[in-house]
Each structure stands twice: as structure tokens, then as C-alpha cells.
Write a protein that binds this ligand. Sequence first.
Ligand code: S3P
Length: 431
Amino acid sequence: MADKIIEAVNTGLHGEVTIPGDKSISHRSVMFAGLCNTPVRIVNFLRAQDCMSTVKCMQSLGIDIKDNGTDIVVCGNGLHGLKEPQKIIDAGNSGTTLRLMMGILAGQKFVTTFCGDDSLSRRPMGRVILPLMQMGAQIVGRNKNTLLPITIVPQSDDLQAITYKMPMASAQVKSAVLLAGLFAKDTTTIIETYPSRDHTERMLKAFGADIEVLDNIIKIRPAEKLTAPDSIEIPGDISSAAYWLVAASIIKDSDIFIKNVGMNPTRTGIIDVLKDMGADIGLVNERTASGEPVADLHVRYAKLHGTQIEAEIIPRLVDEIPVIAVAAAVADGVTTISGAQELRVKESDRLKVIYNEFSKFTAGIVEKEDGLIITGNNTFKNASCDSCDDHRIAMSLAVAGAAGAGINIKQAQCVNISYPEFYATLDNLKK
Ligand code: S3P
């Protein structure tokens, strides 16, 4: 796909959408199942490029993973059963693959080398390498051990346990240290300032790991083995649902039903913020799937107003800021987003890209070092914008185009990273 043209939607979005599997939970399911020694069936696994990077990575480490057309079946070789890969492992665009796998591999007795695409090769890896080296791991990378390519040197002894106070809110860094903690000599402790998504803690607990969470302190003890349930059901990804939550809220006459959305409280910041802006979102059919809360969401058009988004809530909506910026640009009044400097080190520098690309179809966006100030009440012009090869920017541009006067998106195919059916789903909701 070269460019993608999104038409303006004039008669609202209608109908039902079932959200594909959660990206964060899909990655973890394959990694952790691969550390068990009984087969695990993964239901509603996200077959998108990022999660396939994790599948390929685990396969390179000797894990048998099959797709039977419906589910993914992972047959691991136990906690100490990973094998030395024969080739360099390509983590593609996926920060979660690379950072969590570094935690698993830091204590192994074999060598692993990782590479990745241009975006991943620019993203900071020192934040994971530093604590892992404090645990005794030996890791070398470009630019003084901060960037890909990265090699994890074979470990002759068990890792040391550490107490690690997180310098930033990051589930990927936290998870890497916790996973390394499975292979350490003693109890590893993480202290978080603001809580980040807790899928690792929930799933490791379900797999029998000795992990304990008390407020902002997480402790994990070394494991002899992990025991998987026979199957894991992955809830729909709230970060993917976010595009429909915003689109239906800002496109007049919309009334849609979003099925199977993961409602983990460390991820629901988007719902809190949209409701605070005046959105009409109802929760129905609340339930639990494999230890994660799930619900269906009913969303109708509503007149939104501006809001303030500060550091504490950022980890609960970190991937949703680009689409929140779309909502803010049409809402009444001003929206301020602060404490969001982490956005500068995502798949693109999202604060800069939002400013550069959104300014092509709307006024009122100011870029700050750690956030954005967005003055609302805009009507979007037709424009040609670049996704900068960032999937969340592409999908947010599509929502803006649908809500405004249409848009031409360059490098539009990057939605395949997390939501391959995105454009087809938008077409269905227009009917
Ligand atoms: C993820 C954590 C988040 C998020 C990313 C997925 C995860 O990054 O942005 O898309 O699966 O752990 P942080 O490491 O900044 O929390």
C-alpha cells in the first residue's frame, strides 16, 4: 500500500466492531507459554506484525509455535529450555519484543544478538540494559550500550537480585527486570513512581511465579518452573478500541457497539479522559477473561470539551495520546497534556509528529517539551499527511480525516504493526 485516502464520513459511524487481541498481552502469552513445558493454546492472539516478531523470536530460540488457523499453540521446553539462536534475531518495529526478551535472555548461558528496523534502532535501550547489567548481565550495544544492534553475552552464573527504583513509568522496563528476576539468586524488587500496565504481573502470577504486588512495590522470587493454564484467552486491545471511541464521539450521528475490550485499570485512562471531556460511553457485559477484566462498550456522538491530562495518568493512556489529540482539536476549549515526554521515544517522536502533521489540517496545536496544548473548536481541512511509519499516528490521522474533510495518509500500511483490519473496519462502520 502506498498512500491511503480516507473519505469524510457524513452520516455517522454505525454498527458493531469486535476488537482484535491485545498487543501487550499477546506478546506476553507467547513468551511466557514458551517458558513452560506443557502446550498452551492462545485464543484471540493478535496476528499483527509486532506480535509476529515475538513469535519468530521465540521460534529462533527453539520453541515450537503453530497457528492452527483459529488459535496459536505454543509448546515450550521449560524455564531453562531456550536454545541458542543460529542467527541474529530481528525484533522488527517491536519495543515490547526486544525489551522483554532482553529480560528473559539476560541470564541465559548462550549468546543472542538482536537487530530491528530503523525506528527500533533509534529507540533507547539503555533503560533496560542498565538494570540488567546491575543484575550481572553482560550486554553490549551500539552507542555505549544504548542502541541496537545488541548482543547478550552468555552468563556463567545466576543473576544478582536488585531493588530497582524506576526512573520512568515503563511497563517494558519493569517487565524486563521482573523476567530477569525469575533467573536471579534472590528476591528482585521494583519500585514504581506511577503505575504502568500490569499484564506481566498478572500473567506471571497465573503461571505460578512467586510474585507479590503491594501498592507501588513489586517483588519476584526466582522460579524453578512456570506452569501454564491449558489455554489463554486474549481480550481485545483497548488501544485499538480507542480509535473507534474517539471517532464515534466526534463524528455526528454516530452510534456504535465495541465488543470485547480489555478493561484492565492500568489501561483505561482513555475512557476516563473521554468521559471527562463529555463523551457518551456505556459499559455492558462486564466479565473476566484469563485474569483480565473485559467489557463491551456503547459509544454515541457527544459534544466534547477540553481537559487537562497530567503525568500521573499518562502511563494509563500512553499509546492513546495521538488520538486524544484529534478529539481535543474539535472539543470546546483548551486541552493541555503534560508529563508526556515518553512520547518522544515511541515508534516516532509522537509530540513532534502530532505537531508537524496535525498542523497540516488543523490550527491550535502547540508543542511543549513534555506535552501539547491544543485549542479546540476546529474544523479539519482536507490534507496530505505522513504517518512517519508510526501505526498509532496513521490510525489517528484516519480518524481525523473521517471526522473532517478527508485525508491522504502517506506510509499508511504501518497499521499492520498493531491493527491490520483497521481500514476495513472503518469502511464497515461507515455502511
Ligand atoms: C507496552 C508498554 C508501553 C506501551 C507499548 C507497549 C508493553 O510502553 O507504550 O506500546 O507491552 O509493555 P512503556 O514501556 O513506555 O510502558
